[in-house]
Design a protein around this ligand. Structure first.
Ligand code: SAH
Length: 215
């Protein structure tokens, strides 16, 4: 599967759409314009790759809606060379967007099948984050602290280990809620003992689950 002029045109339209929905950061829009989302999708859904919707990627999971990817990336204000921990590699699409922003990315997935698929896909495209198969609830303390942490699944509450692994001055974004709906929650680490929490609207994610699928 190639990236064609047709795909590039569809991507430009998608960028216009998410700009109209409120994404203003030009580097985020540029990253969405650059990453060929269709290469991260299952064959049955490739024709929908540039619709602003979530789609199934196997193992009961979904590739996030482009607007949501852009929203989470924008709110973290990613700067080049920052260390970013991503919980929920999924298809690897969000990972590619973070890498296009110039971040050093550490990404964790709990479903073996998706971990292997995303790793193969990203590497074939020349993207080289640090990949981990494991439980993102625990973060990845050995590589921390991180400037930014991005949780791409809905959690009943913000995992404490992730706040611990956030650098002072850092930001963590996590959808918090039940299985129906979650509130996009931003945690800013003000000092070793102080955090500031702000809420940024309702979203729908697949749930953040404990442990790995054990395969
Ligand atoms: N960023 C992904 C979104 C995938 S959906 C993309 O752009 O495609 C969320 C992903 O989080 C799923 O793949 C799910 O398996 C994974 N996940 C859920 N709980 C997890 C956990 N505790 N640790 C790591 N990954 C988790």
């Amino acid at each position: 599967m190639q990236d064609t002029y047709r795909h590039k045109g569809l991507r430009r339209n998608l960028v216009d759409e998410i700009r109209q929905k409120g994404i203003t950061n030009s580097k985020v829009l540029e990253a969405i314009n650059t990453v060929p989302r269709h290469l991260f999708m299952d064959s049955g859904f490739i024709n929908f790759a540039y619709k602003d919707s979530a789609f199934p990627i196997g193992a009961g999971q979904t590739i996030s809606q482009p607007y949501t990817v852009a929203f989470q990336t924008q709110i973290l204000d990613i700067q080049p060379l920052e260390k970013v921990l991503e919980i929920g590699t999924g298809s690897g699409y969000q990972t590619a967007v973070l890498l296009e922003m110039g971040a050093k990315v550490y990404t964790i997935e709990r479903q073996k099948e998706l971990y292997l698929k995303a790793k193969a896909q990203l590497e074939s495209m020349g993207y080289h984050p640090h990949f981990f198969y494991g439980d993102g609830y625990l973060g990845m303390p050995s590589y921390g602290p991180y400037n930014k942490i991005l949780v791409t699944a809905g959690a009943p509450e913000i995992p404490e280990a992730l706040i611990e692994q956030l650098q002072v001055g850092g930001k963590l974004i996590c959808p918090v809620g039940d299985n129906q709906t979650q509130v996009m929650t931003l945690v800013e680490k003000i000092s070793e003992s102080d955090i500031k929490i702000t809420k940024h609207g309702n979203f729908i994610f697949v749930p953040l689950l404990k442990g790995t699928n054990g395969k």
